[in-house]
Design a protein around this ligand. Structure first.
Ligand code: HEC
Ligand code: HEC
Ligand code: HEC
Ligand code: HEC
Length: 475
């Protein structure tokens, strides 16, 4: 800061001199406080923590290194920790090679903890940690889900516990990450993730093979843990979408989409040949009614991200933001499902909903081991209610209601254009022949070549809750 001031023009001298004397006064006051913080650290902390020098093997340490303490923590967390208001982080004690039961961390008064935090922030800085090296202002919920998948795929859960549905899961080797979104400074986690061994050599920590985007997803995910009201970015509410231009969107569609989906969206582009399943027939679909997050994620991250064919590419890196918004405006205004074929000839048998009953059904059978599975949940109202919430709203990538309909009779808005039609769960004579295990398998894996996608992110229990709800519709 001072060196920058020195480079200024002479005519700003007076202004600078005033600023300067102000800085001197405040820095004197701060220096007094810093010396208090420094002496606490020297006298009460340095027996267990290192505050200078380079990191050493964990097997020589008594507590985590704090050379970068000024970069690592969010101040409110640090103040709580120093006053003894936070739970310990290491389930087996800090040193996994020599577990310490009953350890209590020393606690400071509020005044002393402020002095120590000031000292950390002024003196314990690590030049490798760069401010704003990662920008999460546009971090989306979908990106966080990718991060959660990486967390499990790359073994993080093997050594760091987290909370899932209020339960503690994972191995106890290192710090728990229950509350990492309130604890870490994002710039530190980002730098740490680029190479953990720079900070904790010979500790047992490992380096995951992640690309730049993978690191973004993972770090962003860690910053959501413990933060109940994390504000995800919702791209479809951004300015680009507010000023979108469907005319330009039509050009984008021609450039990127017609090769497979055809000039008029009939699914008959030159690229469609040889694809199984075939590209969707937009001309018959109510893209106008598709939930905004689903349509956005499908186009941005591709078919595979929503349990559909990976032959539907991810366009996020290819199409610039404004063109992307324009494209979606075009899809919504152009494809409203009006040309949808009339409902199949109805052979109506007594069923609650208005859908066809029974339906022609060619769905692939689940493997025998699944066919005979019975729903392990009780008939309690709470399971049925949980199933209903998933069905109507919560299931990702797309709530069942959108295709199977609000009344579960197979007449949802996005089901109209589908061949075959979504299952009509109100049709008792048909449903009695579909076993619990069959449904479980289809919900998990999808019905290849139909609109029924794979719901890979649903937990087993959630699938059984959905099946409770579905059964309840034909009883
Ligand atoms: C008797 C040894 C000991 C003393 C003295 C001690 N600490 Fe610690 N400290 C630890 C241990 C062990 C942990 C890890 C505890 C856990 O979370 O399970 C820890 C954790 C911390 C953490 C969190 C580190 C992290 O990122 O996980 C901070 C910050 C900290 N101590 C600061 C201090 C300060 C400041 C003092 C002096 C006022 C101090 N400690 C005194 C042993 C000590
Ligand atoms: C084999 C066990 C192991 C695996 C797998 C592992 N870690 Fe670690 N992790 C450690 C150890 C040990 C440390 C060192 C903590 C210490 O001793 O200060 C650590 C440190 C960390 C820290 C800093 C903790 C702190 O507060 O100082 C973070 C954050 C972290 N790991 C995240 C991850 C993520 C994300 C993954 C998955 C990509 C992962 N770890 C995989 C063992 C592991
Ligand atoms: C390489 C061929 C290909 C290209 C190019 C392509 N798609 Fe697709 N698209 C597909 C396939 C295949 C499916 C069917 C996926 C399935 O049913 O599993 C599909 C499905 C869709 C769906 C329906 C998804 C659903 O939930 O039913 C939409 C909407 C869509 N594509 C939009 C687009 C847009 C917009 C573009 C241009 C930016 C585009 N596609 C470019 C192959 C392609
Ligand atoms: C994009 C539209 C769509 C969505 C969303 C959707 N389904 Fe389906 N579903 C279908 C279609 C189409 C079929 C018929 C598939 C077939 O005939 O093989 C189907 C069939 C089924 C079947 C019948 C399996 C069988 O063996 O007959 C079950 C069970 C089912 N869906 C459950 C669900 C649940 C639960 C959800 C929400 C978590 C859901 N579906 C979401 C379109 C959808």
């Amino acid at each position: 800061m001072l060196s920058k001031s020195k480079m200024r023009e002479p005519k700003t001298f007076w202004a600078l001199a005033t600023v300067f004397s102000f800085l001197l006064i405040t820095s004197n006051a701060l220096a007094a406080d810093l010396s208090k913080g420094e002496s606490i650290v020297k006298n009460q902390c340095s027996a267990c923590h290192k505050f200078e020098g380079s990191p050493e093997s964990k097997f020589n340490l008594k507590g985590p290194d704090l050379m970068w303490g000024g970069n690592k923590y969010q101040r409110p967390w640090l103040l709580r920790w120093l006053q003894g208001k936070e739970e310990l982080l290491y389930p087996n004690g800090y040193r996994w090679d020599s577990p310490s039961k009953g350890f209590k961390h020393p606690a400071l008064s509020k005044v002393d903890s402020i002095a120590v935090a000031d000292y950390f922030e002024a003196k314990l800085l690590d030049s490798r940690v760069k401010k704003n090296a990662i920008d999460l202002s546009e971090f989306t919920e979908r990106e966080s889900q990718f991060g959660a998948e990486i967390y499990k795929q790359f073994s993080c859960l093997g050594c760091h516990q987290i909370k899932e549905d209020g339960k503690t899961i994972g191995g106890p080797i290192s710090a728990n990450l229950f509350d990492s979104g309130n604890r870490y400074n994002v710039d530190w986690v980002y730098r740490f993730a680029l190479n953990p061994q720079d900070f904790t050599p010979h500790s047992g920590e490992y380096l995951a093979d992640l690309s730049g985007l993978g690191v973004r997803y993972l770090v962003g995910y860690l910053m959501t843990l413990g933060v109940d009201d994390y504000k995800y970015y919702e791209p479809w509410k951004s300015d680009a979408f507010k000023k979108s231009d469907a005319k330009n969107g039509a050009k984008v569609y021609k450039t990127y989409c017609t090769q497979c989906h055809g000039m008029e969206g009939k699914g008959d582009g030159p690229g469609a040949q040889g694809l199984d399943p075939k590209p969707a027939v937009h001309a018959e679909m109510a893209l106008s009614d598709m939930p905004e997050d689903y349509l956005y994620n499908l186009l941005f991250y591709g078919g595979k991200s929503v349990g559909k064919s990976p032959n539907m590419p991810d366009w996020g890196l290819t199409i610039p933001t404004q063109d992307f918004a324009d494209l979606i405006a075009f899809l919504r205004s152009n494809f409203k499902g009006e040309e949808a074929p009339k409902a199949e000839a109805v052979t109506k048998v007594a069923s609650k909903g208005s859908g066809t009953c029974p339906q022609p059904r060619k769905t692939k059978s689940a493997p025998v081991s699944f066919q005979s599975k019975k729903n392990p949940l009780s008939d309690s109202d709470s399971h049925i209610a949980a199933g209903k919430a998933l069905f109507m709203k919560k299931a990702k990538p797309l709530a069942c209601m959108n295709c199977h309909g609000k009344n579960a009779d197979g007449t949802g808005p996005l089901g109209k254009a589908l061949k075959p039609k979504p299952r009509n769960f109100t049709c008792a004579p048909m449903m009695k022949d579909i076993s619990d295990g069959q449904m479980f398998w289809i919900i998990k894996n999808g019905s290849a070549g139909t609109g029924m996608m794979a719901f890979k992110t649903l937990k087993d229990k959630e699938i059984w809750q959905l099946i409770k709800y579905i059964r309840n519709q034909s009883n």
